[in-house]
Design a protein around this ligand. Structure first.
Ligand code: NAD
Length: 411
């Protein structure tokens, strides 16, 4: 099963409940537009190199397409298509006035200089500027891209279309960005983890958490939870995992990665473990915040956490999802759990359109309120229909996109 089929298997579980016709399912699953472009770049040594870039615009029934841009050597159309459709259900479950899209370039960004990355980004915008825009399609960072890449995109797009800060989100704060955007995904994960812990009647100080991935999402999640007195007993990144039963000093770990090229390699304040061991630790809450597909049929039965919060996109494969459900593990799905990022992007876009700036306090308040409202809707739907939180979240998202599609005169 490829990434797109995996996403669609969740779609069908929810569509079955909603009794959506086969014809409408095909329409809702199929991307409206898939663009593949050649991106020729002159490298620093004068050689010409050609990269392949994609932008998949999945659905815009509820508003302009919205979704990240990924720079990674394994990017292919199938992965981009899957992530684009996830964005449609994510923006819908959050009730943001956006559709879903995703883009990517098959490149290892670590092998390019910043100047080469800038040229790559600007040529990519040259190829796609006609199909993006503040009212058409609004990219944002994803793996391998950052605020500076967004600044280059805005600058290049504005050369064609005039001053357009709303064409991309997650820009640098000093360049039409917004304070609070960088922490937003991790903050959303943390806020919902606290909410679920409260619903379960658990005390944070007695709740053991493992976080896989210590980049943007992992660090902000771990920081918020440790400040709220959760016991974060394990963290990990591409270099491996680290465990300390009494809880890891997250402030010290963040200072460590900041001083060591964003890596935990060599961190001595916890015991080294493997990434596989981290996933299978005896903890209460497991938060995968790195790659997709890390929990699969091969390791699902070994997961001991009773709650999984999907901070990463698609970390649990459908066959693992079934095993976990049978084991009574509660999974908070990605389209809700990590939606803090796109929600904050929405706030940034609104401010760009209004040429107005919110305070950090306002961003946090509005974000927390949006996350908690969506959580309550998903929770209530799951209870009402006796389905998992994932199926409930998909049901809400699909219902909204389906209705908007019908109201636009189709179906
Ligand atoms: P990032 O690049 O900042 O961090 C990724 C982390 O994962 C790093 O610590 C890296 O070392 C670690 N990692 C990489 N390979 C690993 C492996 N094999 N095992 C364990 N750890 C590994 O990325 P991020 O922005 O924190 O995103 C993490 C996940 O969250 C991704 O799945 C992304 O799609 C998703 N996400 C991010 C945002 C956002 O706003 N940043 C929003 C929604 C979803």
């Amino acid at each position: 099963m490829n990434a797109f089929e995996a996403t669609n298997s969740y779609f069908h579980q929810a569509a079955d409940r909603l009794e959506i016709s086969a014809a409408m399912r095909t329409l809702l699953i199929t991307a409206k537009r898939e663009l593949r472009v050649e991106v020729p770049v002159e490298m620093d040594n004068g050689e010409l190199h050609t990269f392949i870039g994609y932008r998949v615009q999945h659905d815009n029934a509820r508003g302009p397409y919205k979704g990240g841009l990924r720079y990674h050597q394994e990017v292919d159309i199938d992965e981009v298509r899957a992530l684009a459709s996830l964005m449609t259900w994510k923006t819908a479950v959050m009730d943001l006035p956006f559709g879903g899209a995703k883009g990517g370039i098959a490149v290892n960004p670590r092998q390019l200089s910043r100047r080469e990355l800038e040229r790559l980004t600007r040529v990519f915008v040259d190829q796609i500027h006609d199909v993006i825009g503040p009212d058409k399609d609004i990219p944002a960072p994803d793996m391998g891209t950052d605020a500076e890449v967004m600044a280059w995109m805005m600058s290049q797009y504005s050369k064609y279309h005039g001053f357009s800060p709303g064409v991309v989100t997650s820009k640098p704060v000093e360049y039409y960005g917004m304070p609070g955007r960088e922490e937003a995904t991790g903050r959303g994960v943390g806020v919902l983890t606290m909410k679920m812990t409260g619903r379960a009647g658990r005390k944070p100080s007695l709740t053991r958490v493992a976080v896989q991935g210590f980049g943007n999402v992992g660090t902000h999640t771990a920081k918020l939870l440790s400040e709220a007195e959760f016991r974060v007993v394990a963290i990990g990144d591409a270099s491996g995992g680290f465990h300390r039963a009494d809880g890891i000093d997250i402030g010290a770990a963040i200072r460590y990665v900041n001083a060591h090229d964003h890596s935990l390699a060599g961190f001595t304040e916890a015991d080294p473990i493997t990434n596989e061991q981290l996933l299978e630790l005896d903890v209460d809450i497991l938060i995968p915040a790195a790659l997709g597909a890390v929990i699969h049929a091969g390791n699902a039965a070994k997961i001991r956490a009773r709650t999984i919060i999907e901070a990463a996109n698609a970390p649990v494969l459908p066959e693992a999802d079934r095993i976990l459900e049978a084991q009574g593990v509660t999974v908070l799905p990605d389209i809700l759990a990590n939606a803090g990022g796109v929600s904050a992007s929405y706030f940034e876009w609104v401010q760009n359109r209004q040429h107005y700036r919110w305070s950090l306090d306002r961003v946090r308040q509005e974000l927390d309120a949006l996350m908690l409202r969506a959580f309550d809707q998903v929770w209530d739907t799951a209870r009402e229909h006796h389905v998992s939180l994932r199926v409930a979240a998909f049901m809400i998202g699909i219902r909204r996109v389906h209705r908007a599609t019908q109201l636009s005169g189709i179906g």
